[in-house]
Design a binder for this molecule. Sequence first.
Ligand code: PLP
Length: 445
Amino acid sequence: MSSAVIDIPVQSNVEYRIPAVVGGALRVPLVTGESVGYANLDHAASAPCLRAVRTAVDELLPWYASVHRGAGFASQVCTRVYESARGKLLDFVGARRTDSVVFTRNTTDALNLLARALPRGTSVVVFDTEHHAALLPWTGPRVRRIAAPETPADAVAALDAALADCPEGPRLAVLTGASNVTGELWPIAELARVARRRGARTVLDAAQLAPHRPVRITELDVDYVALSGHKLYAPFGAGALIGRADWLNAAEPYLAGGGATRSVRERSVSWTTGPQRQEAGSPNTVGVHALAVACQALAANWANIVEHEQALLTRLRAGLRGVPGLRELRLFDADHDRVGVVSFTVDGQDPGLLAAALSAEHGIGVRDGLFCAHLATRRLLSRAGSDADRAVRISVGLGTTHEHVDRVVSALRNLVIDGPTWHYEQADGQWVPIDDPRPAPGFLD
Ligand code: PLP
């Protein structure tokens, strides 16, 4: 067995393989003085690094040198690493061969780049359920927000109506693959079809979808895809915007600086075309390599990844149904297809206190809050009949085991029925254990 993949026994006694992550054996301290294996149930925020990614980064580091302008051999190797990553990203998202791959810091950066590259007078239609990264970059009088739909069919009808209402001129529909609050999948192909019929381009925020399901630009018929390396098991600071090159080539460079220029004179600048026009400054070669390697590792294992995550998700949701007073947040039906994300509140319980106690007493990492999707989460809380002003989110992925799922379910039941065993206070709006005795790792000293 290679160390880059691990075998997972499943109920049927068939073994399947998923890419292995770094940190699977991490132990964290508890307030009781013991330590326990860390249950990272916050993959939706940032996923752990794949072992294959770490190995690839280690291999590259001795060769690390400048890209594009260096004459040295190591520079040429790095240039090849960097430029060949574009093709790997194109393959990962099943793009058209003419599509451009612009490397960015993350999805937020990719969507802001596209927002700056829109032709003058572009109408933008966006659901108000989007993550802030997809909701906020579009500004001006031609931005139209659509209220959260009740069903996938409502979403398609609402987009159709909003686009029909747009003035003449270029149009863009902003779509999300999977919600970071509920994990629910959106009907991307249907939305894209409607957009195409109305003469609109589409951009897919694939930050949550791409780590969990194959994304195929040509099958979905979307125009752009944005994604983040740190959610794709490649936490080295790179993301990408992949899609049609024409708007990006016609727009002013996102950043002005070296690498984006063809020539600079006293009174004039000529900007280059192609992805480098939108990538001024020294690029993140290590991050881009890490991202490309992660994409290849996921693409080689989709069937097993999906099976693994769906088994975890089914187990998690079944377990959570046994927690008294728990209300799951969801936009669509309970059995609607989703990735491994579940957000919820528990009647009479403070979500922040639950999250703090899960960490301090059980070594479990979850998230609480509004998940950078304030409009969506508030609306979902109200639809769930919850009077809480925030929620708890559990999200699973390649670093999650069945034991993690069982532990969080049983810990939640205990916390809700018996209450925490430690005392907590609020500091800067966050619950923290009083007199927290947990030592920080030595490297922080
Ligand atoms: N879109 C969705 C659906 C997300 O979940 C996130 C991050 O949580 C983003 C966009 C923004 O990603 P990043 O913070 O990597 O830019």
